[in-house]
Design a protein around this ligand. Structure first.
Ligand SMILES: Nc1ncnc2c1ncn2[C@@H]1O[C@H](COP(=O)(O)OP(=O)(O)OP(=O)(O)O)[C@@H](O)[C@H]1O
Ligand SMILES: [Mg+2]
Length: 235
């Protein structure tokens, strides 16, 4: 049985640090029916936006709802308990524990062995299940962390630059397994790798100076003059 996943709704969300506005008036809805990708130049406010969704940072103004539940003022742990899982920009796994032991730390109580096996297949770590996390190459550490987030059986998966430091093949494999999550988990992924974003076939949102300057399919985004001007055209 599949459980309906409520939309994650941002309304006029802003965040300032002192007099500097890092995120300005963002209103977006994220759901499981399509993958969602956030792109934009360094310092555009992408990580700040994810930090507000998962409760690491409070909003300065605006609201974030998960279905009927307002996330405003809720501590991160409680937001995680609602099923909103987050992978940070830098991989954080337990280095001295094996891959399997890491999963035993993170997995939801009701995750079956079958479910865990499926996740190990998804993130391509079956052969490494007895390897200490410290000995994994960087790419597999990233996958382990995504797998650990999935083992919590999240409704929403927030990923901050999951392909940083991955090879082209690993990056393609990451897009492939994220695509398999469509319809089952709401995925919001921040990325700089445009080959990956093209591959992901996600709804893409472009942030610039904290504002959404374009959204739509990546094909639409690529043709957008403003986006080419401030971001894509620079590469
Ligand atoms: N805790 C903070 N205190 C002050 N300024 C901050 C803080 N966090 C972020 N900023 C500033 O807010 C802006 C947006 O930062 P953010 O990390 O969200 O950008 P980003 O889009 O994730 O960039 P990158 O692609 O480099 O990861 C930057 O100018 C950053 O210096
Ligand atoms: Mg960032």
């Amino acid at each position: 049985m599949t459980v309906a996943i409520p939309p994650l709704s941002l309304r006029n969300v802003s965040r300032s640090f002192g007099s500097f506005q890092a995120v300005a008036d963002v209103s977006e809805d994220f759901g499981p029916d399509e993958l969602n990708c956030i792109i934009g130049p360094n310092g555009a406010g992408k990580s700040t936006l994810l930090n507000m969704i998962c409760g690491t940072l409070s909003v300065s103004s605006g609201s974030i709802h998960f279905g009927d539940v307002s996330l405003g003022g809720m501590p991160g742990e409680k937001i995680a308990n609602l099923g909103i899982a987050r992978k940070f920009q830098v991989p954080s796994v337990f280095p001295s524990l094996t891959v399997m032991e890491n999963f035993h730390v993170s997995a939801a109580n009701d995750l079956s062995q079958d479910g865990l096996d499926r996740i190990l297949d998804t993130v391509n770590l079956h052969a490494d299940s007895q390897t200490p996390a410290a000995e994994l190459p960087h790419g597999k550490k990233q996958w382990l962390e995504i797998g650990m987030a999935l083992s919590m059986r999240p409704k929403v998966l927030l990923l901050d630059e999951p392909t940083a430091g991955l090879s082209a093949d690993e990056t393609r494999a990451t897009a492939e397994f994220l695509r398999t999550l469509k319809g089952r988990v709401t995925v919001v992924v921040i990325e700089h790798d445009m080959a990956f974003v093209r591959d992901l076939k996600a709804r893409t949102i472009v942030l610039h100076h904290g504002k959404v300057i374009a959204s739509g399919s990546f094909a639409d985004i690529e043709r957008n003059d403003l986006v080419r001007d401030v971001y894509l055209g620079r590469k």
